[in-house]
Design a protein around this ligand. Structure first.
Ligand SMILES: [Zn+2]
Length: 268
C-alpha cells in the first residue's frame, strides 16, 4: 500500500478527545504513517509535543497562530526555543499573517487594525528568528496577507524555508514562493467540486515542491466534505492529486514523503 504523511493536523484539538486512539488507528490502516500536529499557541504546542511523545507516528510543530496574536506573550522566543529543541519537534508554526477578519470588520477601529497587524508581524518575526537560530523550517499560514507574508519571509530565505500550507493562491504567487526556495502543501480542497483553481495549482507545482496535509479537523475531502476531518483522509487527497499529476500513487508517495523528509529533517 502506498504510504503518505499528514504534514498539517490539529490533533490537540478537543474534536478528537473522545476517540483519539481510533483516529490514529484509522490513519495507520489508511497508510498514513506520519502525522505532524501543529501548535497554534504555547499551550497547543505543548499538547502537540505530548502527543508526539505518546505516539511514534506523531511529530509536532510549535508556534503561535496569527489569528491569536493579541493573546501572545510579548516575547515568544524563550518558550519556543525550549520547546523546539525536543527531538520530535520538526518545524516552527503555524505562523504567518492573517488579515481576513480584521477588527474593523467587527466594529473595531482603524487603530485596532493597525495594532493587530503589528502584533502579528512581531510574533511572526520572533518565530522566523527562532526557526533560523535552530535550523528549522516554518509552517506558514496566510490569509488575505500574501504579499506581507512573503516580504517578511524573504530576508530569512537563505536560512528558513516556508511551506505555505493550504495553498490556494494564483499560479503567479506559486512562482514567487518557489523562487525563494519555499514549498506549498495541499488539503482536501483539491477534491472539492469548486476546487479547480487548486487542481490547476497542483498541476503547476513541481513534483518535489509540495506536500499533502489535511488541516484536520477542518476541510475534510470529498466524500467526507462537511464532516470532521482526520489524518486517514490524506488517502482521498492523494488519489485526487495523483490523478491531477497523471502519476501513480506509488510515485506520489515517493515524491511527497521525500519532500517531507527534506523539509522536516528531524522527521524520522
Ligand atoms: Zn492549521
Amino acid at each position: 500500500m502506498p504510504t503518505f504523511y499528514d504534514t498539517h493536523a490539529h490533533l490537540d484539538y478537543p474534536d478528537y478527545e473522545k476517540d483519539f486512539s481510533e483516529v490514529v488507528a484509522r490513519a495507520r490502516a489508511a497508510g498514513i504513517t506520519r502525522m505532524i500536529s501543529i501548535g497554534t499557541s504555547l499551550e497547543s504546542s505543548v499538547r502537540a509535543v505530548e502527543l508526539a511523545e505518546q505516539f511514534p507516528a506523531i511529530y509536532a510543530a510549535v508556534g503561535w497562530h496569527p489569528s491569536e496574536a493579541l493573546t501572545a506573550p510579548a516575547d515568544l522566543r524563550p518558550a519556543l526555543r525550549e520547546l523546539a529543541r525536543h527531538p520530535k519537534v520538526v518545524a516552527i508554526g503555524e505562523t504567518g499573517l492573517d488579515y481576513y477578519r480584521l477588527p474593523s470588520s467587527q466594529k473595531g477601529s482603524a487603530e485596532d487594525d493597525a495594532r493587530y497587524k503589528k502584533r502579528q508581524a512581531e510574533i511572526f518575526a520572533q518565530q522566523l528568528e527562532i526557526a533560523a537560530e535552530l535550523g528549522l523550517n516554518a509552517i506558514l499560514h496566510q490569509r488575505a496577507a500574501f504579499d506581507d507574508t512573503l516580504a517578511q519571509l524573504k530576508p530569512f530565505a537563505t536560512q528558513v524555508r516556508g511551506v505555505f500550507h493550504c495553498f490556494g493562491e494564483s499560479l503567479e504567487r506559486l512562482k514567487e514562493i518557489l523562487a525563494i526556495g519555499s514549498f506549498v502543501s495541499y488539503t482536501g480542497i483539491v477534491t472539492f467540486k469548486n476546487g479547480q483553481n487548486i487542481r490547476d495549482a497542483v498541476a503547476a507545482t513541481p513534483m518535489d515542491r509540495f506536500m499533502l496535509e489535511t488541516d484536520c479537523p477542518y476541510l475534510a475531502p470529498v466524500p467526507y466534505r462537511g464532516q470532521r476531518c482526520e489524518p486517514a483522509f490524506v488517502k482521498e487527497i492523494s488519489e485526487t492529486v495523483a490523478q491531477v499529476k497523471g502519476c501513480s500513487l506509488d510515485e506520489l508517495s515517493a515524491a511527497t514523503c521525500r519532500t517531507a523528509h527534506q523539509f522536516f529533517p528531524k522527521l524520522a
